[in-house]
Design a protein around this ligand. Structure first.
Ligand code: PBG
Length: 324
C-alpha cells in the first residue's frame, strides 16, 4: 500500500470528518480545580505570578465551589494557607483550620462536588519544608505521623480523597492505616506518586506561601532525569494502598504518564502545575499565543498520554468552554 492509494488527508477534509475520527476527548469529567484557602472573611487575594488565580477565604471558596460545580467540574483540590506556622506544622491537623472548614462548607453548599485535599506540611511549617526537620533535612519516619494526623483531620471534615504530596517513603501506607483504624475505609488516596523536584512549581509557592526558607526539596522529590524510578515509586504507592496515582508535573513528563497508564492500568492523574499555567497565561496575555487553543492542545495531549484526570488551574474556564 501507500501513496497514491493511502491518503490520510481524506479524513481531515471537514470538521465533521475530523470529529468522527478524533481519538482523544477532553471532557469536564477529566478536570480537577485547585483552590487556595486563606484566613479571613471576604478575602480574594490575587496571586501575582498566576493571573486569574487568587487565595480565597472560606466564604469565597464556598461561593467559588458552587460555580465550579455549576460549570460541570466534578472535583476540587484544596490547599491551605494557615494563620500560624510552626516547626511541626501543627495547624495542618486543626479540625477548625481553613481547609477543614472549607471542606465542611463545600459539602454543605455544593454536595455534588468531590473534595480532594492536598496532604503536605510545606504550607504549615515555619521552615517551608514538607515534613519535620532533623539535622537540617526532613525526617522521613517522624513526618509519617504528622501526615497521618493531617489526612485524618481532612477525613473527619468530610474529604472524599486525600492526596499526599510530600514524597516521604511509606506515607501512603501510614495514611491508609490511620484512615482505616478510624473508620474511614471509604476515603480514597490519590498519591502524588511520581513527583519531581521541578522548576515549574515556582508560582505555586507564591500562591501557597510555601517556599522553603533554606535549601530545596531534592532530598525528597524525584530527580527529573529518572523514569524507571518513577515506575518504582508508583508500584510502591499502589502496594501501600493508593487508589489513584499521579505524575507531576505533566508536560515535561508525558512519557511517564504514558508508561504508568500502560504498566499499571489504574486511574492516573496528572498535575498541570503552576509554572505550566503561568507560561501559557503570560504568553496569552502578551498576545504571543492563542491561549484558548494552546490550553486545549496541552490538556488534550495530557489525556492522549494516558491521564484520566488532570489537575489544572484552567479547569473551570475549560469546562465552561466545553459545554458552551
Ligand atoms: C506541596 C505541593 C506543591 C505543589 C502541589 N503540592 C509544591 C511543592 O512541592 O513545592 C505544586 C503545584 C503547582 O506548582 O501547581 N508540596
Amino acid at each position: 500500500m501507500g501513496f497514491p492509494i493511502d491518503r490520510p488527508r481524506r479524513l481531515r477534509r471537514t470538521e465533521t470528518l475530523r470529529r468522527m475520527v478524533r481519538e482523544t476527548r477532553l471532557s469536564p469529567d477529566n478536570l480537577i480545580q485547585p483552590l487556595f484557602v486563606c484566613p479571613g472573611k471576604d478575602v480574594a487575594r490575587p496571586v501575582p505570578s498566576m493571573p486569574g488565580v487568587a487565595q480565597m477565604s472560606v466564604d469565597r471558596i464556598i461561593a467559588a465551589a458552587r460555580e465550579i460545580h455549576a460549570a460541570g467540574v466534578p472535583a476540587v483540590i484544596l490547599f491551605g494557607i494557615p494563620e500560624r506556622k510552626d516547626a511541626r506544622g501543627s495547624e495542618a491537623w486543626n479540625d477548625s483550620g481553613e481547609v477543614q472548614r472549607a471542606i465542611r462548607g463545600i459539602k454543605e453548599h455544593a454536595p455534588g462536588l468531590a473534595v480532594l485535599t492536598d496532604v503536605c506540611m510545606c504550607e504549615y511549617t515555619d521552615h517551608g519544608h514538607c515534613g519535620v526537620l532533623k539535622d537540617g533535612d526532613v525526617d522521613n519516619d517522624a513526618t509519617l505521623e504528622v501526615l497521618a494526623r493531617e489526612a485524618l483531620s481532612h477525613a473527619r471534615a468530610g474529604a472524599d480523597i486525600v492526596a499526599p504530596s510530600d514524597m516521604m517513603d511509606g506515607r501512603v501506607g501510614a495514611i491508609r492505616r490511620a484512615l482505616d483504624e478510624n473508620g474511614f475505609t471509604q476515603v480514597a488516596i490519590m498519591a502524588y506518586a511520581a513527583k519531581f523536584a521541578s522548576a515549574f512549581y515556582g508560582p505555586f509557592r507564591d500562591a501557597a506561601e510555601s517556599t522553603p526558607r533554606f535549601g530545596d526539596r531534592r532530598s525528597y522529590q524525584m530527580d527529573p532525569p529518572n523514569g524507571n524510578e518513577a515506575i518504582r515509586e508508583v508500584a510502591l504507592d499502589l502496594e501501600e494502598g493508593a487508589d489513584i496515582v499521579m505524575v507531576k508535573p505533566a508536560l515535561a513528563y508525558l512519557d511517564l504518564i504514558y508508561r504508568v497508564k500502560h504498566d499499571f492500568m489504574v486511574p492516573v492523574a496528572a498535575y498541570n502545575v503552576s509554572g505550566e499555567y503561568a507560561m501559557i497565561r503570560a504568553a496569552g496575555l502578551n498576545g504571543w499565543i492563542d491561549e484558548e487553543r494552546a490550553v486545549m492542545e496541552v490538556l488534550t495531549s495530557i489525556r492522549r498520554a494516558g491521564a484520566d484526570m488532570i489537575l489544572t488551574y484552567f479547569a473551570t474556564d475549560v469546562a465552561r468552554r466545553l459545554s458552551a
